[in-house]
Design a protein around this ligand. Structure first.
Ligand SMILES: [Zn+2]
Ligand SMILES: [Zn+2]
Length: 267
């Protein structure tokens, strides 16, 4: 049972990580569209030059695959004519990711398992790489549930901002689909519930209410029975509503149907 801030932070991690997987293709697409800029000259190139460029791109792509999904530019200056603002954005994402790890590591510094010891770092680095990711993502996913909700909120805001910038730059919409059957939100009664599908397994997907003004009313006064009707296991006043896959709302909305719908509409 997670605090809603914890669920929001995890969703933000998955979403940014998913958005970053599109970045290599997006950069390649830019290179193709702007190929004349690759040499700094707008002239025809010989086959040998094109071949050299192709080899360079392929090498860079392999490097990026090795450092998969870190958002890090592995080395030196870009061989491809990528817009400077995109390079800035990648650097910002790298810094924000490192800052998020610092916050979470500090919060868990006394935890016997989650403290970011060198040994643990080697273990998760290994695990993370084998799963095609970077150790920072693995660490955040593992340690966020042990991090105080207020700090999770901070991490979520940091990552969500970068996610929005990156998706806007690439023209990529959020990974979400309407809840099948479109049941109304238990609190605002609007039919604007969405399943967030960035996480690799549907067991980690979450449902959110897209109504901007729909915030949790908290527990209220138990004697008056005026708590929020949202049904979140932990109700927290002022937090945007979010339900995980184990919540009654997710079961009643048919998480399996959501899965089927998303495999058709989400790449
Ligand atoms: Zn709502
Ligand atoms: Zn609520």
């Amino acid at each position: 049972m997670h605090h809603p801030h914890t669920l929001h932070a995890l969703a933000a991690i998955w979403s940014l990580r998913a958005a970053l997987t599109y970045l290599p293709d997006y950069r390649d697409a830019l290179t193709i569209q702007r190929r004349n800029l690759a040499t700094g000259r707008g002239r025809m190139r010989t086959l040998a030059e094109l071949h050299a460029f192709d080899t360079l791109l392929r090498a860079e792509r392999a490097e990026r695959a090795a450092g998969a999904m870190t958002g890090l530019k592995p080395s030196a200056s870009p061989p491809a004519p990528v817009p400077l603002d995109l390079i800035d954005l990648e650097q910002d994402i790298t810094s924000v990711l490192a800052a998020a790890v610092d916050i979470v590591a500090y919060a868990n510094r006394a935890h016997p398992v989650l403290q970011l010891s060198p040994l643990w770092r080697i273990v998760i680095e290994d695990l993370g790489v084998r799963r095609g990711g970077h150790w920072r993502w693995s660490y955040l996913v593992a340690a966020i549930p042990g991090t105080p909700p207020g700090l999770c909120d901070q991490v979520e805001r940091m990552l969500a901002e970068e996610d929005a910038r990156l998706r806007s730059a690439m023209g990529l919409r959020p990974d979400s689909v309407p809840v099948p059957g479109a049941p109304p939100c238990p609190t605002c009664r609007e039919r604007r519930l969405r399943v967030q599908t960035s996480a690799p397994s549907s067991a980690r997907w979450t449902i959110v209410c897209r109504t901007d003004t729909c915030l949790c009313l908290g527990d209220g006064d138990p004697r008056a029975g005026d708590g929020c009707p949202c049904g979140m296991p932990i109700r927290a006043r002022g937090v945007r509503h979010i339900w995980d896959a184990s919540s009654p709302l997710a079961s009643s909305a048919g998480a399996d149907a959501a899965h089927r719908a998303s495999t058709l509409t989400v790449a």
